[in-house]
Structures are given as C-alpha cells and as structure tokens.
Ligand binder design. Structure first.
Ligand SMILES: Cc1cc2nc3c(=O)[nH]c(=O)nc-3n(C[C@H](O)[C@H](O)[C@H](O)COP(=O)(O)O)c2cc1C
Length: 419
C-alpha cells in the first residue's frame, strides 16, 4: 500500500494521546514529557526525547542524527517503524549498545597538526574515503519509496561502502548500478543450500566484492516494541505481505525471485556450522565476512577457517538480549585476532566519538544501521545523505579532537576504560 504521510502522522499523534503504552511503559518521553523513573526506554528515546512540536522540517535543519528519528516515526507506518526500532524482550542490549560507549573515555593528544584529516581506509583490497559503512537493512522501501536505490545514491555521494541485505526490495544489480561501485552482499543462508548458493552466485555476477554471512539470527525472537505497535497500524497490509506461506510472503524480496523455493522453511539458518562456510568457500571467489561475532573464541575460529573479515555485531540488539554491547565485546576480539583479519563493528554507533573509540580499539571500520533508516524514513535519499554527512563531520571533528590526522593515528592508548 502506498504511503499516506499525512494520515500516518494523524494516526501516530492519535496513538500517542490514546496509547496505554504511553502511560505504562515510559513512552511518555515520546510526548516530550521526559522519561519516568525506572522504566525501560528504547534507543534513542532516552538520548533524544521526541518533541513532536519541534520536528526538523528538512535534512539541513538536523544538528545530529537523532533529529531524524522522530520525523521517521511520524512519517513511517507504525508497524514498519516498530520493526526498525525494536530490540528483543527487555531491550537491555539495545540500551547497552548506547550506554557501553560511556564506559570508555578518550585520551586526546595535543600539538599534532590536525588541520587536515584523512579518514580513508583500505578494506579487503578496496579503498574508501570513509570508514563508515552502510549496514544491511532489509526491505528499505517499507520506510520510503526511495528504498535501497536512494540509500545507494546517498552512499555514492559520500563514498561509503554499502552492504545489501538478502531481504532487499531491490535487485542487487540495480543497487550496484546506483551505487556506481561494487558493494557487499549480506547472506541469510536459509535452510536450503541451493537457494544460498544461487543468491551468492548472483551477487558475485553483479560484481559484489564480499559476501557477509549473518551468523546471529539462529533462533526466534520476541520483538516486543514491534508487536505492540503492529495493532496500532490500521492499514490493510495484504497488498504487500501475503502471509499465507513463507514463499508468498517473499514476493517483494528481490533476491528470491526466480529461485526454486520448494522446501524453504526459513529465511535464516538455525543449523549453520563451520561446514557451511567451508562449502561456501569452495563455491565463491568473493571474500567471506562473518557478521554477528561476539566471542573471541569464534573470532579465532573464523581466522583459523580462512574467513576474510568479521563484523562484531549484535544485529543492533535484534538477535539476542544478552545485555552486552559490542563496544564491550570488541577489545577481547581484537586481542585474540592479533591482526589476522580486519574487524568491523556495529550496533549503537551514532556519534563521531563512538566511532573513534572503536577505531582506537582496533576496529578497521564501523557499520551503521538505524540512523540512515531514520534519514530514509524522514526524507528519503536526502535524509540518508544528511545522516551520512553528519556522521562524517562528527568523525572528522572527533579525530581532530583526539589529535589523529588519519585512521592509523587512532591507537589503543587514546582510549581508556572509565574507572
Ligand atoms: C530494520 C532493520 C533491518 C535489518 N535487517 C538486516 C538484514 O536484513 N540482515 C542483516 O544482517 N542485518 C540486518 N539488520 C542489522 C544491521 O545490519 C546492523 O547490524 C544493525 O542495524 C546495527 O545496529 P544499529 O541499528 O544500532 O546501528 C537490520 C537492522 C535493522 C534496524
């Protein structure tokens, strides 16, 4: 069903005023009243309380990436917004991903010429002007008609590497063309090898440099925020979501088109082991990246098994509610890997200083998810462009502040654990 933004806004405001959620779960902060004591608050409401009376009107009005989220909330249908915002269960990990950065402080160096900052990196044989990477997010047309193409064009404008989700609404070939440079393809392996193999082959044919295999969506999940918002969405969703079977429900997912989906029971894989990766290694010339590593034992196994890079990720707190942030997990993994492969990190990165902390700890690059979706939902491609620009500007400034003229100058002793 096409978006009716005015209707969506009216529904949202009505929902705000009438919702029992508002009274009982701390979402009072949404109305600009500030959080009630002792209640759980989803990211980023605790950080940037929504004030519906002072929403930004255009991307250039944004002062930070959080400014986009409430606009996205007003524009995007509640079920889609809930899907984006949701963590799992008590959303402890969701909050931890933000709060984790407070456990670390920066130790700036002085009297270094930082009049020019070089943020460029080399990653798996390709050069990028920025270490900020677009994390894979499924179904981007559910946030704005610009969808994956708008995101690709915004990524091109800023020189960002883009990772395209298996659940993309748009073909990998079209997204690659819009990005104007090779991208990475994210793989949800499904329960059927032939489906995974065909998708990987298609991505390779489209020129993708790497396949990022997501290894952290192995089970069920209780996305409470999503499930509480769905009933407030009064649209008829059957035009897009055919819930009769898994296969019919995939009809708007571009990468499944033309494949034999008989026997497909899951889009993710609960049964994946290292054997799958050996098989994958024999089937593709692309680099293989594992997305969702959180323990140093698995990072070492990845290096031992010839994996080309890992992404330290808890899926933006959407795959488990362990309570551990990725910035907390990163140091043990960097130490165990000892430089054998690049380590990327995501989940909760919003600020230049967040990124500088991870880069100082030894990450090679940082992926972001929700912030660019807030930008997309708020203003389409122009919103994504501005979100990425703000993130680049903040990273630039944060590098100046710590005295690091290039990424290689971001070293471990510039960051310390707060006491
Ligand atoms: C709405 C949404 C959809 C996502 N879809 C995918 C996906 O299809 N594949 C995947 O590997 N990760 C997916 N992710 C996880 C992101 O790639 C990334 O790990 C996460 O968003 C980073 O955390 P952040 O949102 O706090 O920046 C999704 C995240 C969101 C918010």
């Amino acid at each position: 069903m096409p978006f009716d933004q005015a209707a969506s806004r009216r529904r949202f405001l009505k929902y705000l005023s009438a919702s029992p959620l508002l009274a009982s779960s701390g979402l009072a902060a949404l109305a600009g009243e500030g959080p009630a004591a002792g209640v759980k608050l989803p990211d980023p409401i605790a950080w940037a309380p929504l004030k519906t009376e002072s929403l930004i009107k255009s991307p250039k009005d944004a002062v930070n990436v959080f400014d986009f989220e409430p606009v996205c909330r007003v524009n995007v249908p509640p079920a889609h917004f809930g899907y984006m915002a949701s963590g799992i269960d008590d959303e402890v990990t969701l909050r931890a991903n933000r709060e984790g950065f407070l456990k670390f402080q920066l130790r700036p160096r002085r009297l270094v010429d930082v009049s020019k900052i070089d943020m460029s990196i080399e990653l798996l044989g390709a050069k990028y002007p920025t270490p900020i990477i677009i994390a894979p997010v499924g179904g981007q047309r559910s946030f704005h008609p610009d969808g994956e193409i708008g995101v690709a064009k915004a990524a091109k404008a800023g020189g960002h590497l883009q990772i395209l989700s298996t659940s993309t609404n748009t073909d990998v070939e079209e997204v690659t063309a819009a990005r104007g440079a090779p991208i990475w393809y994210q793989l949800y392996a499904t329960n059927k090898w032939d489906v995974a193999k065909a998708m990987v082959q298609r991505a390779e044919d489209a020129g993708c440099l790497a396949v990022a295999v997501t290894v952290d969506r192995s089970g069920g999940r209780n996305q409470e925020t999503l499930f509480r918002l769905v009933p407030t969405d009064t649209r008829d969703c059957s035009g897009c979501h055919e819930r009769g079977s898994l296969v019919t429900n995939l009809k708007r997912r571009a990468m499944y088109q033309g494949l034999d989906l008989s026997g497909l029971t899951h889009t993710q894989s609960s049964a994946m082991t290292w054997d799958f990766l050996k098989r994958l290694r024999d089937s593709t010339r692309m680099k293989i990246v594992l997305k969702g590593i959180l323990a140093h034992e698995d990072a070492v196994l990845a290096a031992d098994n010839g994996i080309d890079a890992i992404i330290v990720s808890n899926h933006g707190a959407r795959s488990e509610d362990s309570g551990r942030s990725t910035i907390d997990a990163l140091p043990e993994i960097v130490e165990a890997v000892r430089g054998r492969m690049p380590i990327l990190v995501d989940s909760g990165f919003r600020r230049g200083t967040d990124m500088v902390k991870a880069l100082c700890m030894g990450a090679s690059a940082v992926c972001i998810g929700r912030p660019y979706i807030w930008g997309l939902g708020a203003f389409g491609q122009a919103g994504v462009e501005r979100v990425l620009e703000l993130m680049r500007l903040e990273l630039y400034a944060a590098m100046q502040q710590v005295g690091a003229p290039s990424i290689k100058h971001l070293v471990p002793n510039m960051v310390r654990r707060a006491t």
